[in-house]
Structures are given as structure tokens and as C-alpha cells.
Design a protein around this ligand. Structure first.
Ligand code: FAD
Length: 340
């Protein structure tokens, strides 16, 4: 290994980007590969006509002191702000309880801003689906995309994808692959509707009971969308699983009907709509480790499936992964460096 090794990170969600940003300047070369056109993964946003929506994570909470420090820096940079939306519990049109207690944050103007900002600190290569890792006899890895094209050689590889994708990539290191393989993920259908005029709903978001929906939320943005009232609906894990293979149009109509029933409003026609199925939305049984790293193979894995199914879990796992990589580098080069 060179005195300062090279690192490839697969996946530009919050875990991979946090890891990449933390390693910046500490290793010779760190490149983040992302199969989508944009970074962000499950905090990305989606456009429907003239409107846009956060269609994955809607907000995040902060518990860990290290994450508080990170979020404070994000607040200073103006990329997140506290969100004091009024959240209620809804049962068949009736508000059954109200929750304004927890401190919540949102990205400004959208959740994806956090990912965009981190990606500016990384050498990011998008539209690159890493399909195979080949371990080299004298150490390090060669990476190939889904067409079998060679995309580069790196001393250390970090897999920062959802759990099922880790298992597929990690065959040369079965212990990591097996741990990831044991993590089950929920499915989540997300439907988005923009209405030209406000619907008159007094609350900003609701946990929905006794419904195909589990969550509805008015899309918050500081960017003008006129008078439009934009809503994101998340179907419950059970309903989403049952209808995972259904046609998108059918799902969209079923969730819109459920929205009218849950809010007890008369149906009206949306100006724009979209639907997305998160086939791997949230880990049900995270492995309760910050991240995984195999010293012999110089291969690690991180993501919310290690820690907790939240923005906080993904960021802390990515940060911890960077720390493990630097400890490994310290052992192999004799130069102790820490990301903290
Ligand atoms: C519907 C929904 C609602 C949510 N609501 C909340 C919420 O309210 N609050 C909260 O805190 N959290 C919420 N979350 C969870 C939060 O979004 C995730 O915990 C977090 O974003 C996960 O980040 P990650 O980096 O671990 O994974 P991801 O965001 O999944 O990132 C993995 C990345 O790897 C890429 N990738 C995969 N395979 C490859 C490959 N072979 N080659 C290259 N790239 C690859 C993917 O495209 C993706 O960009 C929600 C998630 C969903 C889906």
C-alpha cells in the first residue's frame, strides 16, 4: 500500500457521502461512486410537473452528541433548519392526538441539500453502478460496472449502499455479506400530489391509523410553489408490501382515496402527481454496530442498516466508517490519523 492509500466508496447516500467528506485530505484519493444521476439516495427529491417533493425522508431528529455537532455546523451553513411543523395522529378523519414535542430538522430548501452539500466535499462519480469487486493478490480491489467495464483500482473499498446491495457486492468477504444479508428492509410506496389551492388542512403532517397510509406530510419548501398545497403520502409497510408489484396508477389512486378518507375532505383533482416505490425503505433489524470493516481484505460497509433506520443513523455510520478506515491506514502506514 502507498503511504497514503486510495479509497473507493460505493453509494452516495448520506452514509457514503459523510464517509467521503470525512476522509477528504486524509488519504491520497477518495472517490464516491453512485449508480443514480444524483447523490442522496433516500433523501433525494423528485419533480412532478412544476412541483417538487421530498419523497423519501421528510425530516430528521438528533439524539447523539456527535450528530448534534454535525447538525449545528449544517445550521450555520444554512443547509438545515429546525422544523416546528404541527404533527397529529389521525384516525378516519379525526385528530386523536398531537405531537409538537420533538425537535426536528429539515434540509433547506429540500432534504437533498444536505447530500448536495456533502457531495461538494467529495470526488463524486454518478451514473456508475458498481457490480463487481475483484480482490487483488497483493492487496486492494479492482472495480467493475454492470457492463463489466473496469472503473478503477483502489487500496480500500467501502460499500455504503442499502443492506441487500451490500450482500450482492460482498461475496469475497462473506462475513460482511452474511451480516448484511440478515437485515430485512420494509417496502414503502410514496405518492405525491400538488393541489393548486390550499386544502385547508390545519396540521402539517400526520401519523395515520387504520388506513393504507401511515404518514402524510405537507411538503415544506422555502422556494415558492405559488399557492399550491403539496402533500407526500407514505403507505404503511404492510400495505406497501402487499401492493409492491401493483401498477403505479392503481397505487396512486388507492393512496389518494385513502388521503381523502384520512383527512375527511371532499376529493379534488390534483394539478400534478407522482408515485415511487421504495423497495428497500428502512432496515427492520439493524445489526447494532456502527459499521463493519475487514482489516485483512481492506473492505468495509456502512449505512443505516448498521445503526438505525434514520438520517442520523446513516450519518453516524458513515462517520464511524471513516474513522475505521483511518485506524486501518494508521496500522498499515505507521501514521496515526483520526477523522475526529
Ligand atoms: C420513504 C422514506 C421515509 C423516510 N423518512 C425518514 C424520516 O422522516 N426521518 C429520518 O431520519 N429518516 C427517514 N428515512 C430514512 C433515511 O432516509 C435513511 O435512513 C438514510 O437516508 C439512509 O442513508 P444511507 O446512506 O444509509 O442509504 P441510501 O440513502 O440508500 O444510499 C445508498 C446509495 O447507494 C447507491 N447504490 C446502491 N447500489 C449501488 C451500486 N451498486 N453502485 C453505486 N451506487 C449504488 C444508491 O443509489 C443510494 O444513493 C426515510 C426513508 C424512506 C425511504
Amino acid at each position: 500500500m502507498a503511504s497514503q492509500p486510495s479509497v473507493a466508496i460505493i453509494g452516495a447516500g448520506l452514509a457514503g457521502l459523510t464517509c467521503g467528506a470525512a476522509l477528504r485530505g486524509l488519504v491520497e484519493r477518495v472517490r464516491v461512486f453512485e449508480k443514480s444521476v444524483f447523490p442522496g439516495g433516500r433523501v433525494s427529491h423528485l419533480r412532478a410537473g412544476d412541483y417538487e417533493f421530498n419523497h423519501g425522508a421528510q425530516y430528521f431528529t438528533v439524539g447523539n452528541p456527535l450528530f448534534w455537532n454535525i447538525v449545528s455546523a449544517w445550521q450555520t451553513d444554512g443547509i438545515v433548519r429546525p422544523w416546528d411543523g404541527w404533527i397529529v395522529e389521525l384516525e378516519r378523519g379525526q385528530v386523536t392526538s398531537s405531537d409538537q414535542a420533538s425537535q426536528r430538522f429539515v434540509g433547506v430548501p429540500r432534504m437533498q441539500t444536505v447530500a448536495d452539500n456533502l457531495s461538494r466535499l467529495c470526488d463524486l462519480q454518478t451514473s456508475t453502478n458498481i457490480a463487481e469487486l475483484e480482490q487483488q493478490v497483493h492487496g486492494g480491489w479492482r472495480l467493475f460496472n454492470e457492463r463489466g467495464d473496469y472503473v478503477g483500482a483502489y487500496d480500500i473499498v467501502v460499500i455504503a449502499t442499502a443492506a441487500h446491495q451490500v450482500a450482492a457486492l460482498c461475496r469475497p468477504v462473506p462475513a460482511i455479506g452474511k451480516a448484511a444479508d440478515g437485515v430485512d428492509m420494509t417496502v414503502c410506496w410514496s405518492a405525491m400530489f400538488a393541489f393548486e389551492r390550499p386544502l385547508g388542512i390545519p396540521y402539517d403532517a400526520a401519523h395515520v391509523l387504520e388506513s393504507p397510509l401511515s404518514w402524510i406530510s405537507r411538503y415544506q419548501t422555502s422556494e415558492a410553489q405559488g399557492d399550491a398545497d403539496c402533500w407526500v403520502l407514505h403507505a404503511s409497510p404492510e400495505w406497501s408490501q402487499q401492493y409492491a408489484a401493483s401498477f403505479r396508477g392503481r397505487v396512486m389512486h388507492a393512496l389518494l382515496d385513502a388521503f381523502w378518507e384520512a383527512t375527511d375532505l371532499a376529493p379534488s383533482k390534483p394539478a400534478a402527481s407522482a408515485v415511487h416505490c421504495w423497495k428497500h425503505a428502512a432496515p427492520i433489524n439493524p445489526i447494532s454496530q456502527d459499521c463493519l470493516f475487514d482489516e485483512g481484505a481492506a473492505l468495509g460497509a456502512c449505512g443505516d442498516w448498521c445503526t438505525a433506520p434514520r438520517v442520523e443513523g446513516a450519518v453516524l455510520s458513515g462517520f464511524s466508517m471513516a474513522d475505521r478506515v483511518m485506524k486501518h491506514v494508521g496500522k498499515t502506514t505507521g501514521q496515526a490519523t483520526s477523522v475526529r
